[in-house]
Design a protein around this ligand. Structure first.
Ligand SMILES: Cc1ncc(COP(=O)(O)O)c(C=O)c1O
Length: 375
């Protein structure tokens, strides 16, 4: 859906997708409905059943998130439900290209499909542009994640999208880390963009949801059909909370990414830190690309300590920053990624940090004391 309001993105996030009739609440309330009144049997019914027809609550979330990118938005029960719906569109016997370092549950979906004989896989390092260009021609689904989780590698989305691909090939970008405020995969030539709305859209670590945006009507229809048939529908409370969360996404992200930059700079000068991975740092290998295709560098970064024990000790010592797996919330969170299943290839001392909206000085004091003590 194209917007004609002429507003800036932060204005749209506040004003989009609201009911406008007199006497209506400003926010679409929680719509707890599966079943709808048919009404006059001689007239076309409106909504019949929410698994297929959605609710006004879904419509509000989809209008504001889709409107940001001038696209249709299809909301799902989680980021993984959205991702699985995109993978479900791969034809039987097809070929999928994924990042070698992609989010572990996405890797799990791809690997399970291969094990079942549904498709074959090529894996390419996120920052290996030549590898992507060589792989694109044979693919039915090209899945890119940039910046990647948790190595913070940057893919050249523009060049990957520009490489000629078959008419049925879908180029999908997991835009969860960047958000649609910082990066527009559809403008760069992708067919679909996916975000775990659990992260920055919701922003408060209190919901699971996922969104897909696309400007290709046939893909939007296919994704809605996937949702209808597989039933991975978003919940009434979750869509309400996600819509409320997205209203403040621009403010939260602005604050979080300013603090992330400060923390990344301080970490880079810290004697206990062997490497900082943040595309916002000028000497990061992905900086030039990120600067060309992103309007902000996001509020997630990774840094490496000497070894696994140093990383575990830092996670034990933090007092303000929460030791937790998810990201994109108002509260800062961090964890040692190699401790998780499926993350054995991640450097053992790597900590992924999601910077929230607390005072940056309080965050730094906490982090500094956690990484400075001998373990
Ligand atoms: C990059 C990325 N994509 C997708 C997901 C999956 O989202 P969800 O947990 O909402 O299913 C995550 C979750 O951490 C993620 O980090």
């Amino acid at each position: 859906m194209q917007r004609d309001d002429g507003w800036a993105d932060d204005t749209w996030l506040v004003a989009g997708g609201r009911p406008h009739a007199a006497g209506e609440p400003l926010n679409e309330p929680i719509v707890a409905a599966s079943n709808f009144e048919h009404g006059d049997a001689d007239e076309e019914p409106g909504r019949i059943y929410s698994r297929g027809d959605g609710t006004a609550g879904w419509a509000s979330l989809e209008a504001v998130v889709g409107g940001l990118e001038g696209a249709e938005c299809i909301s799902f029960a989680s980021g993984m439900a959205a991702i699985a719906a995109v993978f479900a569109g791969v034809p039987s016997g097809g070929h999928v290209v994924i990042p070698a370092d992609c989010y572990q549950a996405t890797e799990g979906v791809a690997a399970a499909g291969e094990a079942d004989g549904r498709w074959t896989i090529t894996r390419v390092d996120t920052d290996d542009t030549d590898g992507w260009l060589a792989a694109v021609g044979a693919a039915d689904l090209i899945w890119v994640e940039s910046p990647s989780n948790p190595l913070m590698l940057v893919a050249d989305l523009h060049r990957i999208a520009a490489e000629s691909r078959g008419p049925g090939t879908v180029l999908a970008v997991d835009n969860t880390f960047a958000t649609a405020l910082n990066q527009r995969p559809l403008d760069l030539g992708a067919d679909v963009s996916v975000q775990s709305a659990t992260k920055f859209i919701g922003g408060h670590s209190d919901l699971l949801a996922g969104v897909v945006t696309t400007r290709r009507p046939e893909l939007a229809d296919a994704l809605r059909r996937q949702r209808l048939l597989h039933g991975a529908t978003p919940g009434a409370l979750e869509t309400f909370l996600a819509t409320r969360g997205v209203r403040t996404m621009a403010l939260r992200l602005e604050r979080g990414q300013a603090s992330a930059r400060t923390i990344a700079e301080r970490l880079a000068d810290h004697p206990a830190v062997t490497r900082v991975r943040y595309p916002g740092l000028p000497d990061d290998p992905g900086h030039a690309l990120a600067a060309a295709q992103m309007s902000g560098f996001g509020s997630v970064l990774s840094f490496e300590l000497a070894d696994a024990e140093a990383a575990r000790a830092a996670c034990r010592r933090i007092r303000l920053i929460r030791h937790a797996t998810s990201l994109g919330g108002v509260e800062s969170t961090m964890e040692q990624r190699a401790a998780l299943d499926g993350q054995e290839d991640v450097p053992p001392g790597l900590i992924r940090l999601s910077v929230g909206i607390e005072s940056v000085d309080d965050l730094w004091l906490d982090l500094d004391q956690a990484i400075s003590q001998p373990h």
